[in-house]
Structures are given as C-alpha cells and as structure tokens.
Design a protein. Sequence first.
Length: 221
Amino acid sequence: MTLGITWVTDWIRLSARVIAEHRVELITLDREIGDGDHGENLDRGFSAVIVKLDALPADALPGDALKLVATTLISTVGGASGPLVGTAFLKAAQAAGKEAELDGAAIVALLTAARDGVVLRGKAAVGDKTMIDAWSPAVDAATAAEADGKSEPEILLAAADAAEKGAESTEPLVAHKGRASYLGERAIGHRDPGSQSSALMLRAASDAAQPGFSLVESPGA
C-alpha cells in the first residue's frame, strides 16, 4: 500500500481540525511556559491553509500540498511556531519530490526531513523541551517500523505513538530553548506546547492513513 495526494490532503484537513479542537489546550500550555499564543497562531495558520487547499489543481502531487502548507504557515503564523512548523512541511515537501505515491521508505524520508528541518531552524536537540522531543522519537519509531517491513499505515502509527510519548516526556524537563528557557526549573511539570501540537499533527497523519479512514466520519466531524 502506498499513500498519495488523498492521504496528504486528508492529513492536512484533519490536522486543521484537531488543532482547532485543541486550540485552548495549546494556548493554556503555552501560557504556562511561553507567550500563550501557540494554539491561536497554529489555528489561524491552518485555517488559512484549508482555504488555499481547495485551490490545488486536480493533478497536484503530495509534495505540492505539503509545500502549500509550508508557505502558508510561514507567511501567516507569528512567533516561533510558524517558521518551525512551516520549515517541517517545506522539508517534507522537498523529500516527497515529484512522486505521486509514497511507500514506506518515502514516508520515513519525509518525516526525517521534516524533523531535520526543525533542528536546523531551531537549533534544538532531544531533551531541550521543544517539538524535537516529539519529532525525533517519531522518526526513530518510523525508521524501525519500516526496517521491520511494516506497512505505511503501521509506520505512521508507530510514529504517532512515539510522538505522544515524546510530548509527555517533556513535562519533567528544564527548557533549554525558547521563552521557556528563561523559567529555569519553574518549567518543570509543564508539557511543551510545540511537542504537543506536533504529536497532534503526527496522530492526524496516522489516522488519515488507516484503512477505511473517512474525513467525514472521523471524530469531531
């Protein structure tokens, strides 16, 4: 089973939905250790993405849709999240290239490129209490699943599960990047909002890939 433009557009639409549903949660997380605007900014950005997504040509490729997300988020989302999440999607688009269908190896390459783009842009590492704490375990899990011969939906499921555990792992950490780094030990006990939103988006990628998925019938529809 390979994944194509339908998976990507379903992923994007489902991401927009779950970001909107968790907007207040993300605002609250960010208010505790940051500027308090993470949920609002991402929700605004993905709302703009959905408007533009309808204008994609019928022959659009996965990379085209991913690039659309990237450029829209970078241009509409303020703070650090716009450039970081936008870069993740931009690097993912570049990894997808001109392929119409993505196999397991391509999915891993896409996720790896997204993670590496965030690292390059934000200069963060695992343990810094950032979105990398969700992205890096996701890439590692996807890589292992692909090496084990798992299907594309199984690879994405492994990535999503690992991302959620990674987001949870940020709670006891002291932040070393961003505004939260100024809080020192006062950041301990709070989950990083960027890791949480990343986990939500990676879960959306997994859900959209599962057999029988219907955007209309998915939770929150």
